[in-house]
Design a protein around this ligand. Structure first.
Ligand code: MG
Length: 400
């Protein structure tokens, strides 16, 4: 038995907003499209793939697909205005020798190989099969209030829950069944999935147990939850930062955004605030978002005499835009002189303001170099920092 997969990714994903098409948004370092296509590339049951993309994406090589190890025939075709048009165009591109065709929404990136296999097996046996979940909530049928102006709908009836199933994809069909379904769609019948067209074409459609992990990414909240779920326990990420600057006479000494009274200060391109630098690297590192030198290169005049607190704020904005919140940070400052303890509360307050977190989430302490090494001889100040980030919707995220 030869099996083809049609991955429907022809939509614009307008509900998610943003300037990138939904299928190219990132979850855990791979696009939604890569996750979905990758599952079918890995499936030993699938022999060929047709990926249906919006016309503007289909005409150029998609980085997401180029990165995948394509070990089987894969065609990219341009989709149509509606989902059913896109699947129909995908069907036209399927090789003539495929017996079973499985259709999947790219917006369900966590489809498992087991679910793909059981949908294909059921379709091979019965003609058409859809992954579906039994409804766990009580189902109400409702209608808008007939009296104008009331936005809350009115319940018309309560459906017996044990007869209600929520259809997912994959949906698999013997070739002749899908051909009938698509022919009906081409004659003007509208449907939100291919199984519906197959039913109306007179075919029996079976339900196979779906998978609660096989979520559809529709809203920004779906995306946040999906990202958190891909990041390991609780969606937590840790980062490490380190910095060292030489001490020199005649320079102001800035540490943690505070100017300390001291005859010598740190040398550097900016204000040389090693606490802010180490912390910036820890925060960027936790998000695997590069480092301070990459984002704020000292060869760029834009950052000459830049406030390091400002760089820290910029790094924090960057990781927030990737869907993370800061949980806590911890910092060790290695300095022989000056004595840091009296200044730690001011540094904590400054960093808490810059990072927009509670001062209680900031640990900072001083250590001397015991008179040895570059720190102990008073030649340099060094800083170690760690930062913990949580993905939005992680149970560890900061409540604000
Ligand atoms: Mg530095």
């Amino acid at each position: 038995m030869r099996v083809a997969a049609i991955i429907a990714a022809g939509g614009k994903g307008a509900r998610l907003g943003g300037d990138r098409p939904k299928q190219l948004l990132d979850i855990g370092g791979r696009t939604i499209l890569e996750h979905s296509v990758g599952a079918f590339l890995r499936s030993s049951r699938v022999d060929e793939l047709v990926v249906v993309l919006p016309r503007e994406l289909a005409s150029r090589p998609i980085e997401a697909l180029v990165r995948l190890d394509v070990g089987k025939p894969l065609r990219v075709v341009a989709g149509g205005p509606r989902r059913q048009d896109s699947v129909a165009r995908g069907f036209d591109a399927v090789g003539p020798e495929s017996d079973v065709i499985v259709v999947h929404d790219a917006a369900r990136p966590f489809v498992s190989e087991a679910l793909i296999a059981r949908t294909i097996d059921a379709a091979a046996r019965f003609g058409a099969a859809v992954a579906a979940l039994p409804a766990s909530d009580t189902v109400k049928q409702a209608a808008p209030d007939a009296h104008a102006g009331e936005e809350l709908p009115v319940v018309q009836s309560t459906l017996p829950r044990d007869t209600i199933y929520l259809a997912q994809t994959p949906q698999a069909f013997q070739r002749r069944v899908l051909a009938d379904a698509i022919a009906l769609g081409r004659r003007g019948v509208e449907a939100t999935d291919e199984a519906w067209l197959a039913e109306r074409a007179g075919h029996t459609v079976r339900l196979v147990p779906g998978d609660r992990q096989n979520v559809k990414i529709t809203t920004a909240e779906d995306l946040d939850v999906a990202r958190a779920s891909r990041l390991g326990p609780g969606g937590l990420r840790i980062g490490l930062g380190y910095d060292l600057h030489r001490l020199a006479a005649g320079r102001p000494l800035w540490l943690g955004g505070v100017r300390l009274p001291h005859p010598r200060g740190l040398m550097g391109h900016s204000d040389a605030d090693a606490v802010c630098h180490a912390l910036t690297d820890a925060i960027l590192g936790a998000a695997a978002a590069g480092d301070i030198g990459q984002h704020f290169p000292d060869t760029d005049p834009a950052w000459k005499d830049a406030s390091s607190v400002d760089l820290l704020k910029r790094a924090m904005r960057l990781v927030r835009s990737k869907g993370y919140q800061l949980v806590n940070v911890d910092i060790v400052v290695l300095a022989e002189q000056p004595v840091l303890a009296p200044h730690l509360p001011a540094m904590t307050a400054c960093l808490a303001g810059a990072l927009e977190i509670d001062p209680g989430a900031i640990g900072i302490k001083g250590k001397t170099g015991e008179g040895i090494g570059e720190v102990g001889r008073g030649e340099a100040i060094a800083v170690h920092a760690v930062a913990l980030l949580a993905a939005c919707n992680s149970p560890y995220q900061r409540r604000s």
